[in-house]
Ligand binder design. Structure first.
Ligand SMILES: Cc1cc2nc3c(=O)[nH]c(=O)nc-3n(C[C@H](O)[C@H](O)[C@H](O)COP(=O)(O)O)c2cc1C
Ligand code: SF4
Length: 518
């Protein structure tokens, strides 16, 4: 058996030098006259260990990382092709603590399989969910998804099954499945990892959604900053089409479903579902007033399911193992698992899939290992640029939609960005207003004008001009934006601003004025 070497081609691993490592390994193989198969897999998500190279040995896979090109010669000398010891030796990947503590349902294959091998996908349980869905009526599939308790992983946490049922029950000569892969939240990369590391799971999830709701066409709307994901998705769609997974007769059934990949032009607001639809239709991305809901009148005016990548990629495991299996994980109304993305100033950055319910403190201190700088954690922003900053005092908050809402926060797309004690929360509050001003689609006044006035008012606090009066004005402005904005961009910007003011009041006190000595 020729040795098999796994080297990630995931963007995160590439950014950390995986391509150079792959070239060095290929060069060394050629020089030593060794025949081996190099598989370019996705990442398992332990980015602090990337580039993580794995070899298939008689005792299973053995990982090495983070590997530098300069390590390659000595890796060969240490017999790494048979799992030999080396300073980069990590052992069995599944036993690496960061990976061993996870519950991998949605990301079960990510980093394990060859992303573009349908055979490898099937060998690891791929297409079981779709096969099961084809044996059910569309209504029964929708009932399974509802029963699983799956809620949208894009931000709003809306029950996926209810959305699908609305589209199923709405008459239309054409219906669409739109996958939201705009992934604009700061510190998030789960969608990208799935598209690059296990593209068929998204294709399978979208196909099940199509069959369950009567939609025959799907679009994945990917942000332009994800060229590798776009390339992998395009190739995977082609392979799925050739294999009869997509097309006029899905897996030989009477159902038709096909899909295309579309690239956005780069605007945060185009992740908002109705602005995304405008953009997909070739227009400038502007938020649409609701009603009508996209489920009734969405893409090109037709009934449309819009779901996040992770929501759709979680459907195959639900349809494979059953709603009850999935629902068994989690707490309260937050069922199943959530891929938490740990980023920012943190020691162990990466993707950690776990059942809902871990506390924020466990995630930051135990899994993330605290800050990379070694300084105390000051704040953690959860849920992207519109999410609240949590102080250490709130670290007992469980990762659960309702628990976060009860603390005036949100889970969003489950991005967790860590800041140490050098962070200036007044600057972060200003940044939130500035971000909103830059990204606002301009349709409604509280967001378009309010965010610019917000920046100006915070600047007056910085300059020491009537700080108390201006702080009260910012609070008032936040209330207007929260309750008067058309969408969550203007409506949620108050979360990072108000949480900064509430939890870090010292940062909003005017700086002591220094009087020059006479
Ligand atoms: C300003 C703004 C940006 C958003 N960006 C994204 C995004 O990048 N990806 C995403 O899936 N949802 C995003 N959403 C949420 C979507 O509007 C929508 O709720 C989601 O696509 C629905 O899918 P889900 O139910 O599977 O989460 C954003 C919402 C707002 C208001
Ligand atoms: S809140 Fe902002 S982004 Fe949303 S519709 Fe209003 S102006 Fe557009």
């Amino acid at each position: 058996m020729i040795p098999r070497i796994y080297i990630p081609a995931d963007s995160g691993a590439l950014a950390l030098g995986a391509e150079k490592v792959a070239k060095a390994i290929a060069g060394e193989l050629a020089e030593r006259g060794i025949e081996a198969k190099i598989v370019r897999n996705g990442s398992r998500g332990a980015y602090f260990l990337e580039p993580m190279v794995e070899v298939a040995t008689a005792n299973g896979r053995i990982a090495y990382g983070p590997v530098k090109p300069s390590d390659v010669k000595s890796l060969f000398d240490s017999g790494f092709l048979t799992g030999g010891h080396h300073k980069r030796w990590l052992g069995t990947p599944d036993k690496i603590p960061f990976l061993a503590k996870q519950t991998r349902l949605t990301f079960a294959r990510c980093g394990v399989t060859d992303p573009l091998s349908l055979e490898s996908y099937k060998k690891h349980g791929g297409l079981n969910g779709l096969t099961n869905a084809l044996a059910l009526t569309p209504a029964a599939t929708v009932a399974q998804v509802t029963e699983s308790g799956l809620r949208g992983r894009g931000g709003a946490g809306f029950p996926t099954g209810i959305k699908w049922k609305t589209v199923l029950d709405t008459a239309g000569d054409r219906k669409y499945i739109v996958c939201n892969a705009d992934e604009g939240d700061s510190g998030t990369f789960a969608d990208r990892m799935i598209m690059e590391g296990d593209p068929f799971v998204l294709i399978e999830g979208m196909t099940i959604a199509g069959i369950a709701t009567g939609a025959t066409k799907g679009f994945v709307y990917v942000r332009s900053e994800y060229p590798h994901a776009v390339a992998v998705m395009n190739k995977a769609v082609e392979i799925a089409r050739k294999a009869g997974v997509l097309g006029a007769s899905v897996l030989g059934s009477p159902y038709a479903f096909d899909m295309e990949i579309r690239v956005g032009a780069g605007a945060y607001v185009c992740g908002e579902e109705t602005a995304l639809l405008d953009s997909l239709e070739g227009k400038r991305g502007m938020v649409r007033a609701k009603p009508p809901l996209p489920a009734h009148k969405g893409l090109f005016g037709k009934p449309t399911v819009i779901n996040n990548v992770i929501s759709l990629a979680s459907v195959p495991v639900i349809m494979d193992k059953g709603a009850a299996y999935y629902k068994d994980f989690g707490m309260g109304r937050s069922r199943g698992t959530i891929p938490i993305q740990i980023a920012g100033n943190v020691k162990y950055a990466g993707l950690f899939e776990a059942a809902f319910g871990m506390t924020l403190g466990e995630i930051v201190d135990e899994i993330g290992g605290g800050t990379a700088t070694g300084r105390p954690v000051k704040a953690v922003q959860v849920g992207g640029p519109l999410g609240a900053y949590f102080p250490r005092a709130l670290f007992d908050t469980p990762f659960d939609y309702e628990a976060f809402a009860a603390k005036d926060g949100l889970i969003g797309h489950a991005g967790v960005v860590v800041f140490d004690d050098t962070a200036d929360m007044l600057k972060q509050a200003r940044f939130a207003m500035e971000f909103c001003a830059i990204e606002s689609c301009g349709k409604c006044t509280p967001c378009r004008i309010g965010s610019t006035r917000g920046v100006e008012t915070i600047d007056r606090i910085v300059a020491g001009i009537e700080p108390e009066k201006n702080l009260a004005l910012v609070t008032d402005l936040c209330n207007t934006m929260k309750f008067g904005s058309l969408c969550a961009l203007g409506g949620f910007t108050p979360y990072p601003v108000m949480s900064s003011i509430t939890h870090f009041p010292d940062d909003f006190k005017p700086a002591p004025v220094r009087v020059a000595a006479e």
